[in-house]
Write a protein that binds this ligand. Structure first.
Ligand code: ADP
Ligand code: MG
Length: 243
């Protein structure tokens, strides 16, 4: 097994709603390994999105430690978290989260603008990335001029353009049909494999499990089960049954 990239230790996230306290994540421990495709499954409300947001530095835990390499995410202030996200992580969301007034190429190059990459290089890298996701002819299209699958391809290009160490995806295929779902999963896992990047994918759709190296099932803010599938070093895919 490869080395641990993220350690989640006794993490709790509480939400207060009036007099009620919701334990969205409840004293959870989990390690994420470099280069793995880790799928987080569970019913709606089981705490998957909350856990993902905590690991990705989008939200702060109420209690516990989240250690990325040697960086304690739970100790970072907002500026440090923003730097951390820019440097190390990419995101893919169910609703794509593209900026509607920008073209596909402009959306893809956004992470490079924050990193002060020169204009010419930004354009070149965005076009290259769009090509990699199969959208060569769509660089100047706005999100409203593209299908859902195409918009998700743009968001995948944006997530990967900085070569982040970890890409987090929250229900990335939730709005897509079955055929497009498989295309998107092939694309995400293929890109991640090229650069030995780590993928953490949240879904309630068990169909995605065939892409997972490890399946973590959540229930009531806790881990219900973890299934380690064999990881083929050569293909990066599940080794499956051997004859
Ligand atoms: P999942 O992604 O598995 O559907 P979530 O992590 O979104 O689950 O939610 C876990 C629990 O936390 C749910 O009961 C949900 O209602 C609650 N929750 C999530 N986000 C908030 C919030 N911002 N404020 C209050 N409660 C929340
Ligand atoms: Mg969710």
């Amino acid at each position: 097994m490869s080395k641990k990239i993220i350690r989640i230790q006794n993490v709790t996230k509480l939400y207060r709603m009036g007099n009620e306290v919701i334990r969205a994540v409840n004293g959870l421990d989990l390690d994420i390994y470099q280069g793995e495709v880790c799928c987080l499954f569970g019913k709606s409300g089981s705490g998957k999105s909350t856990l993902l947001n905590l690991i990705a530095g989008l939200e702060k835990p109420t209690k516990g430690e989240i250690i990325f390499h040697n960086h304690h995410i739970e100790r970072m202030n907002e500026n440090q978290l923003a730097d951390f996200r820019q440097k190390y992580v990419g995101f893919v969301f169910q609703s794509y989260n593209l900026l509607p007034t920008l073209t596909a190429a402009e959306n893809v190059m956004l992470p490079l603008i924050f990193k002060n990459v020169p204009v010419k290089e930004r354009h070149e890298r965005a076009l290259k990335m769009l090509k990699a996701v199969g959208l060569e002819g769509r660089a100047n299209h706005k999100p409203s001029e593209m299908s859902g699958g195409q918009q998700q391809r743009v968001s995948i290009a944006r997530a990967f353009i900085n070569r982040p160490q970890v890409v987090f995806a929250d229900e990335p295929t939730g709005n897509l049909d079955t055929k497009t779902t498989y295309e998107m999963m092939d694309l995400i896992t293929g890109l991640a494999k090229e650069n030995h990047q780590t993928l953490v994918i949240v879904s309630h759709d068990m169909e995605l499990s065939e892409y997972a190296h490890r399946i973590v099932v959540m229930m009531d803010g806790k881990i219900k089960s973890i299934e380690q599938k064999t990881m083929d070093e050569n293909t990066g895919k599940d080794g499956g049954e051997e004859v």
